[in-house]
Design a protein around this ligand. Structure first.
Ligand SMILES: *Cc1c(COP(=O)(O)O)cnc(C)c1O
Length: 422
């Protein structure tokens, strides 16, 4: 009923917040769902999911048994049936500080650590804290679309700088300088990178720190893929440069331990000079945590065991598989002329590859490529538009090696069928 009476032309006095539609925009989950709806139900072959970022269902990516035992032990102890404090329980914050301190030239204290519902809530917290009227934030393109959605929702203006494929997806620091003004509050980097699989060198991170210092802005370092580096460049946390520029380190156990459903993450002020404290950011983080919900206390209770007891063999097994599947991915993609990979991934679970439509018949966008591939071959890849870069695809190699071989073989067959005839 259109005009049924009442204040809003309706009997009832409520209406939804229309802004949410705009803020949620294009999301990874939304696009993956529309690809899944497009599958051919008569295809008897297994679905090959190369679009997601959650390999937990694959046998090769089962979490460490130490982590499972830690949860069981935490529940059985009956010590964590209580509410948590809003910043998180002390033993968990101490364990995370110790974990990060292994790689830092100074010492974080438990007071620098805030527990969050995955890295996702850490992003929500910091973007909400920074969203003063008029403020803007610099985000990478391609990137992780939750940042755009969250910033839009908080009325924080977004400005994009490019990651440069020819330079191994390094940050275009000239663009950063050109974009920043007196209302810029922060620069976001994702390292190891989603969607590009980049791992930044010590030197590049130092340059990022120096540029941010010059501009007077903080660095938000999304390190949710910390230590998932399997190439020649070792993972260096941005916090190493915390005495040059204040750094907010975001992380979680979701990716390294392959338990995204456990929803345990953190926000850490890597700032030995106390600039975030002095500028009121720390108080504001605490205020926001006072009005939001906390990770389940029994998961928090398991954190010390998980971080301290997981064996090196578990981590090296996972990075060995990722190295193997990244190799398979890049080798097999070379056989598909319409796809080029500018930079072999060295970390995370993803590679960005470019499409060349001039070699294809009747396919003119990344979305069209992904939709047809899903329908004809039951292979899911993520159209680049979802992560801010149209005409590209994001491919996940964090799947069972045999499934990856199968999926890339089907992509080759797809290309052969759609190749432009000479
Ligand atoms: C997966 C992911 C997150 C979210 O992590 P959760 O711990 O699952 O909330 C944040 N940032 C990036 C870049 C990611 O890929």
């Amino acid at each position: 009923m259109e005009n049924g009476g009442g204040a809003n032309g309706n009997q009832w006095g409520f209406k939804a917040n229309e802004e949410l539609k705009t803020a949620s925009g294009i999301t990874v989950r939304g696009v993956l769902n529309s690809l899944l709806e497009n599958l051919n139900k008569n295809d008897t072959r297994p679905l090959i999911p190369l679009g997601h970022g959650d390999p937990s269902a694959f046998p090769s990516f089962r979490t460490a048994s130490v982590a499972v035992d830690a949860i069981v032990h935490s529940v059985r102890s009956a010590r964590f049936n209580c509410y948590s404090s809003t910043v998180g329980i002390l033993p968990a914050r101490r364990a995370i500080a110790d974990y990060l301190n292994r790689d830092l030239p100074y010492k974080l204290s438990p007071d620098d650590v805030y527990l969050t519902l995955g890295c996702t809530q850490a992003i929500e917290v910091i973007l909400t804290v920074l969203a003063r009227p008029g403020a803007n934030i610099l985000l990478p393109r391609p990137g992780f679309p939750y940042y755009e959605a969250r910033a839009t929702h908080s009325h924080l203006e977004v400005r994009h700088f490019d990651l440069l494929p020819a330079k191994g997806w390094e940050v275009d620091l000239d663009a950063v300088e050109a974009l920043a003004d007196e209302n810029t509050v922060a620069l976001v980097i994702i390292n190891p990178g989603n969607p590009c699989g980049n791992v930044y060198t010590y030197q590049h991170l130092q340059k990022i720190a120096e540029t941010a210092k010059k501009l007077g802005i903080m660095v938000i370092a999304d390190e949710v893929y910390d230590h998932l580096a399997f190439g020649n460049t070792p993972f260096v946390p941005m916090g190493v440069f915390g005495s040059i520029v204040p750094v907010l380190t975001l992380g979680s156990i979701s990716k390294r331990w392959i338990v995204p459903g456990w929803r345990l993450g953190w926000l850490v002020t890597s700032d030995p000079n106390g600039i975030l404290q002095d500028s009121g950011i720390v108080d504001s983080i605490k205020s926001f945590l006072n009005i939001s919900s906390d990770p389940a206390t029994f998961i928090q209770g398991a954190v010390p065991q998980i971080l301290e007891k997981t064996e090196e063999e578990f981590f090296s097994k996972i990075t060995d598989i990722l190295r193997e599947t990244a190799d398979i991915c890049c080798d097999r993609l070379k056989e598909i002329p319409c796809i080029t990979c500018p930079k072999k991934p060295e970390g995370s679970m993803f590679v960005m590859v470019k499409l060349n439509y001039s070699l294809l018949e009747g396919i003119n966008s990344d979305m069209e490529f992904a939709l047809k591939l899903a329908k004809e071959e039951s292979v899911i890849v993520l159209p680049g538009i979802t992560v801010g870069l149209k005409d590209w695809l994001r491919i996940t190699f964090a799947v069972e090696p045999s499934a990856l071989e199968d999926g890339l073989g089907r992509m080759k067959a797809f290309y052969d069928r759609h190749a432009k005839k000479q």
